[in-house]
Design a protein around this ligand. Sequence first.
Ligand code: UD1
Ligand code: UDP
Length: 363
Amino acid sequence: MFAIILGTRPEIIKMSPIIRSCEKDGIDYFMLHTGQHYSYEMDRVFFEDLRLPNPRYNLDVGSKSHAEQTGAIMAGIEKILVKEKPEIVLVQGDTNTVLAGALAASKCYVRGARSLPVEVGHIEAGLRSFDRTMPEEINRVIADHISDYCFAPTEIAQNNLLHEGIAHKKIFVTGNTIVDAVHQNLALSKDSKKPGIGSELKEKGYFLVTLHRQENVDNKERLEGIFGALGRIQTLTGLPIIFPVHPRTEKMIRSFRLHSEEIKMIPPQGFLEFLQLEANARLILTDSGGVQEESCILGVPCVTIRESTERPETVDVGANRIAGVNPENIVSTTLAMLKKSPSWINPFGDGKAADRIVSILTE
Ligand code: UD1
Ligand code: UDP
């Protein structure tokens, strides 16, 4: 039996092809939601959009400090593993849910009558920004080192793991399940434009923005600088800037009392609406990991508002440029990227990553 652990927006989206694959092959699994994300538009909407069954468990941990959240998830997961005795625990990505899930499972000896260790599979293993100030980098490194199966999306990710001494036999290059999720939902998303958001925007006639990284949005000066750059881009190009605002960012915008006439801020979107917003954008500016991948898969140029990326494949194929957080650099990188014709090859696989992962585990 597989235990599929998820807790945040990107994990629900990127685990959805694994769940579909388990359902298709009649594999015994259960889903455990940690409750790290809980607002309707960060959680439930994705179960509806992606037509996923309800998780068997929800720990409802909610928002807490890093240590409190990680600890609460570990304690909750351990109890459920002892009860359910799964053979394999699957985690995906780089959140506190992943760290806690992998840590709790790696110390659990509850599998079967002889109490063998539970095995851990990390999906999207081997990504590295090489920036240890990011909480996500700590989560990735630890999860990879305590996993029995590292499902690396690309050769670059595999090489990162090999350089850190992780045994070759534990690593499987599978592609990224985000390609599966985009392929499975893009056609469906074309019918799903919510009136008032997608419909008033001209195809390739707007910028799409997302921002939620702790190091960007929790820092007043930095967030103000990014807002200034976005305003300048709007003035220089005359194109609207559409910004679905993550709740963390919304909270910080309110507390810093930031305003912008040039940026159209809207609530976080469901996956189907957001896919349409991405596919039809002229260019995407983001600090999200998943959005860097999706823009590359969908053939939309991307500017990353960070100093580093753990998705260098997007830069190597010419789909993405790292602008840093200096406002002038964000503007000049955007203007340069607007000249780019989207003719790159998607480096994240063929859309069969989930089937590959499930068959490796069942074999
Ligand atoms: C988390 C992940 C990040 C991932 C992101 C995906 C960690 C350390 N961070 O960041 O890697 O990229 O999810 O979106 O695991 N909030 C709500 N409703 C929600 C969830 C959050 O209002 O459903 C607000 C709360 O004020 C909360 C804040 O957002 O304090 C931050 O949430 P949290 O889960 O701690 O981190 P994210 O920034 O969402
Ligand atoms: N996303 C969404 N609605 C939004 C913004 C993002 O559905 O309003 C999806 C997006 O398509 C991607 C995922 O959320 O698959 C990325 O999540 P996020 O940026 O929160 O986290 P990260 O990928 O950086 O961990």
